[in-house]
Design a protein around this ligand. Structure first.
Ligand code: HEC
Ligand code: HEC
Ligand code: HEC
Ligand code: HEC
Length: 508
């Protein structure tokens, strides 16, 4: 085994310069995504929109050019766990198809799907799989009449890698995974488990003696988890919605025995935990000394503090000992400045147009719910201008008054997952729909009536009794939720709305 790895190393170093002189090129690289959830790109609402399959493609191409690379995905790939509203079926299907085609071109090696991927039935699932062109593994899972395979063997360079899938779908995947692993006649260089479920299932998979590494999807968290190395195989996670890539560089992957975790990420995580513990203990020691608490063994606690400080100061990436196998995992965020693959970008733009054109006609007849007898309906912000001219002028220039153009300039104003928060009275009685925005489109943008309520009665009888004055936080967060407005603080945001002419007197 040693000779084999050594040979590989020599070959690897012969090709091109290793990235750092101290660290030889890895023998194998794993790039993983978890819980992509059908995201082709971020919506753009937040202060730092992360991800995008065009950025992902660009980065993956560079990563895989450097060293032999296994590319895997775990967790909901094609669809989001949140069901899309009625009429979104076509746009979601087209998006999933585009996603599959792009991942196929990048050479995805294996997928273990999540529950949302099965939501639209067996035929749709098989069609997506066909387009993806990669093995889809999930031990014990049945889709329609077909039992999905538990294991796929993938070749990367000279290495054979077995990918075993354990997804919590309808049945417990563990017995089937165990059986399939035991039935193998020869041992691959590496066995990677793709787990979709919770941390418990990941730990169970990590304890399977044949499994070398676990990649965990299906967690309801945006942030990637740092490597978990307590028991059995290391467990890794890659966040969600394609906001970044998990990159795991392996040295001597087929050596026997435990891995050495050589990730800066793990060191930084441990350092943060120690810092917290040290700060906490320092504060407590100070309090004990101040209060002269006899019951506490202060000396023992001081010694503990010294121990923690020493551990912290000594933290560094361990050298790879002779013959051991090591991994170094990192999380590469795909930030707004990350370059995009131009061809992929073009496809996304074309897809946006196609979806826009489709929904514009397919949903043209969609009308808002009817207004109950005696209740007001939406009239649009321009109807307020004649009596509240300063407020209207302010609003027009505010981002709320341009919210529809934000979508239209991106060919997304008919996308069902965008329009609702960028228009007025969306799907409310007497309000708007994706295609019907009042006569002349007066319900475009985030209008007065989103905050003050539908205004028809106030037009007929312009008194305080016919309109709502203030807008509570619960109203704002229908749109300014965590996913779309990461910096939202009600008081601070509301205060910026109150200007001379709107909420404050026009200056004399
Ligand atoms: C025909 C003139 C007229 C039009 C059009 C009009 N308003 Fe008013 N609005 C008034 C008057 C007058 C008051 C003051 C009522 C009072 O204080 O008795 C008022 C008050 C308000 C208030 C404050 C209510 C309060 O409790 O103090 C809000 C909010 C408001 N209007 C919003 C709107 C919106 C939104 C529209 C468009 C849908 C609109 N108005 C259209 C005349 C108008
Ligand atoms: C119907 C959805 C919706 C509601 C309700 C809503 N907003 Fe907004 N808000 C938006 C959108 C969309 C934008 C961004 C528009 C753009 O730039 O295209 C925005 C932008 C803003 C901005 C500008 C932020 C910036 O970066 O300049 C402020 C401030 C704001 N909203 C405050 C509020 C407050 C406070 C409330 C509640 C009283 C509220 N909004 C209710 C959708 C909404
Ligand atoms: C749940 C409501 C919601 C949905 C759905 C939504 N947005 Fe937004 N969007 C907002 C809010 C709120 C803001 C303003 C955030 C802030 O400034 O705090 C915003 C801001 C934006 C901005 C930034 C505007 C600027 O000029 O800075 C863009 C771009 C945008 N949205 C595009 C989209 C697209 C594209 C989609 C669909 C993929 C979408 N939005 C779906 C609520 C939403
Ligand atoms: C994002 C929410 C929001 C939007 C959009 C909005 N307002 Fe307001 N408006 C408020 C808040 C908050 C207040 C302050 C209420 C208070 O003082 O109790 C206010 C106050 C007012 C008042 C009463 C105070 C005054 O200045 O006389 C009027 C009238 C008013 N708005 C009209 C409008 C009109 C007209 C539009 C559209 C052109 C509009 N508002 C758009 C949130 C909004």
């Amino acid at each position: 085994m040693r000779t084999f790895s050594w040979l590989l190393l020599v070959v690897a170093c012969g090709g091109s310069e290793p990235s750092s002189p101290a660290e030889p090129r890895p023998d194998l690289r794993i790039v993983a995504i978890t819980d992509l959830q059908g995201y082709l790109e971020p919506c753009g609402c937040t202060s730092r929109p992360l991800g995008g399959i065009d950025r992902l493609a660009q980065r993956f191409t560079a990563l895989s050019a450097e060293t032999p690379t296994l590319f895997v995905a775990a967790g909901d790939l094609w669809l989001s766990p949140q069901a899309h509203g009625p009429g979104a079926e076509t746009q979601e299907r087209w998006r999933a198809e585009t996603l599959s085609e792009i991942l196929k071109e990048l050479g995805l090696d294996a997928l273990t799907p999540g529950p949302a991927d099965l939501r639209e039935g067996a035929d749709r699932f098989f069609a997506h799989r066909e387009r993806l062109g990669a093995p889809v593994v999930a031990a014990g899972a049945r889709v329609g009449e077909e039992a999905l395979p538990a294991i796929a063997s993938v070749s990367v360079g000279d290495l054979r890698i077995d990918v075993v899938g354990l997804a919590r779908l309808d049945v417990d995947p563990l017995p089937a995974a165990r059986e399939a692993l035991a039935a193998r006649t020869d041992r691959p260089a590496l066995t990677l488990a793709l787990v979709v479920g919770d941390r418990r299932l990941a730990r169970d998979a990590a304890m399977l003696p044949e499994v070398d590494l676990v990649i965990l999807g299906g967690l309801a968290r945006a942030e990637p988890l740092a490597p978990q190395t307590t028991d059995g195989a290391p467990i890794l996670h890659a966040g969600r919605q394609g906001q970044g890539l998990l990159v795991v560089d392996l040295r001597r992957p087929s050596a026997e025995g435990a891995w050495l975790d050589r990730s800066e990420w793990s060191i930084a995580t441990r350092r943060d935990a120690l810092d917290d513990e040290i700060r906490d203990l320092e504060a407590r020691l100070e309090a004990w000394t101040r209060e002269g608490r006899a019951a506490v063994d202060v000396d023992a606690q001081r010694a503990r503090l010294a121990g923690l400080r020493t551990e912290r100061d000594r933290l560094r990436v361990p050298p790879l000992a002779d013959g051991r196998r090591g991994f170094s995992a990192r999380w590469e965020e795909l930030d707004p400045d990350a370059p995009r693959a131009p061809a992929v970008r073009e496809r996304l733009t074309a897809l946006d147009r196609r979806i826009n054109d489709h929904n514009r006609t397919a949903l043209a007849e969609r009308t808002p719910p009817p207004v109950a007898e005696g209740e007001p309906h939406y009239v649009g912000s321009d109807a307020c201008a004649s009596c509240h001219a300063p407020a209207h002028a302010w609003w027009r220039a505010h981002p709320h008054g341009r919210a529809y153009e934000t979508l239209a300039s991106r060919d997304k104003q008919f996308h069902l997952d965008c329009v609702g928060c960028h228009v007025t009275g969306y799907e409310r009685p007497g309000g708007s729909t994706v295609t019907q925005l009042g006569d002349g489109g007066v319900l475009r943008d985030v209008g007065c009536e989103n905050c003050h309520g539908p205004g028809s009665a106030h037009l007929t009888a312009p008194t305080a009794a016919t309109i709502t004055r203030d807008a509570p936080e619960s109203l704002c967060v229908r749109c300014h939720n965590e996913e779309h407005s990461d910096r939202f603080v009600y008081d601070a945001y509301r205060a910026t709305l109150l200007v001379p002419g709107h909420g404050r007197p026009v200056s004399p």
